[in-house]
Unconditional design. Structure first.
Length: 290
């Protein structure tokens, strides 16, 4: 909004800052005036997407300082006059977020504060049943696509708990898909490890037995290791199902810990696009995610 305050007008982000847009995170040079970016409502904690009014670049003024906030879930570097939404950090915090300059946040940092890093964005949800979302979670973590037959395959070691295998069979069966289970015996240097079971789901109309079942062609576009565009509309309830089953396949279980973790740790390999899109759908559904 319009202001006569020079420090407020000149508030600035570091050039490495990434801005969340409708098409993912973008650098400053990828955004132009009029591009739609994420906007946070401090009163309702809702995220909406609105046009960017303008963008300009400048050097630091004489005597102007940059302030950095670096935590597991937040890494920003801004000018001292930059307005930050924050509120005191307490165990039960009902206080609303309010704008405070980055310099003031720095001066009062010992008291502890919270800056919003996620919110609630109106999501339409995806057209999948819960069992299909669970199946997708297993596939994203431990599956692949047969390029010749379009069969969807999920592999799991026999050493995994029986409930893991029961979960895979249940989500496939509840989705109405025909599937087979094959044992892959490990040989050579891998012979010391347990054999794996491969769950193979047919793509089209089944042949032979179980003709009353179907293939997975009705959700085939969702089997994308980068997370497809349609899945970006997943709502909070559906996301909870997806995250749980990805975590079963690729999550850190803390089996020997005497405490129960309050967060999910999921390995994404070296697929940055997958990790970034997973982070975005978490942010838009109220989850902290780094």
């Amino acid at each position: 909004k319009a202001t006569k305050s020079l420090p407020l007008w000149l508030q600035c982000l570091d050039l490495k800052t990434e801005i969340l847009t409708e098409s993912g995170f973008k650098k400053h040079y990828e955004i132009s005036s009029g591009d739609v970016v994420a906007s946070f409502n401090p009163e309702t904690k809702e995220i909406s997407f609105a046009p960017c009014f303008d963008k300009f670049e400048r050097s630091l003024n004489d005597g102007e300082k940059m302030y950095e906030i670096n935590s597991p879930f937040l890494n920003i570097r801004v000018t001292g006059g930059h307005s930050l939404l924050q509120r005191p950090r307490t165990r039960k915090n009902e206080k609303s977020f309010e704008f405070v300059s980055a310099e003031d946040v720095h001066l009062n940092s010992k008291q502890g504060y919270e800056i919003p890093i996620s919110g609630y964005c109106s999501r339409t949800g995806v057209r999948l049943k819960d069992s299909q979302i669970a199946l997708l979670g297993w596939w994203l973590s431990d599956g692949y696509k047969d390029k010749k037959t379009n069969r969807i395959r999920i592999t799991q070691s026999e050493s995994q708990p029986p409930e893991f295998h029961d979960s895979i069979k249940k989500c496939i069966s509840d989705s109405g898909y025909k599937f087979t289970i094959n044992r892959n015996k490990r040989t050579g240097a891998l012979a010391k490890y347990a054999d794996t079971l491969m769950y193979s789901i047919c793509y089209g109309k089944p042949r032979g037995v179980d003709k009353h079942l179907k293939g997975c062609s009705d959700m085939f576009e969702f089997f994308d290791k980068n997370i497809c565009e349609d899945l970006m509309n997943i709502d909070r309830r559906q996301l909870g199902i997806l995250l749980h089953h990805i975590w079963l396949g690729d999550g850190s279980k803390h089996k020997t810990a005497y405490w129960k973790p309050n967060s999910l740790t999921i390995a994404a390999g070296d697929n940055k696009k997958y990790a970034e899109r997973l982070q975005i759908i978490c942010i838009l559904n109220g989850y902290k995610c780094n």
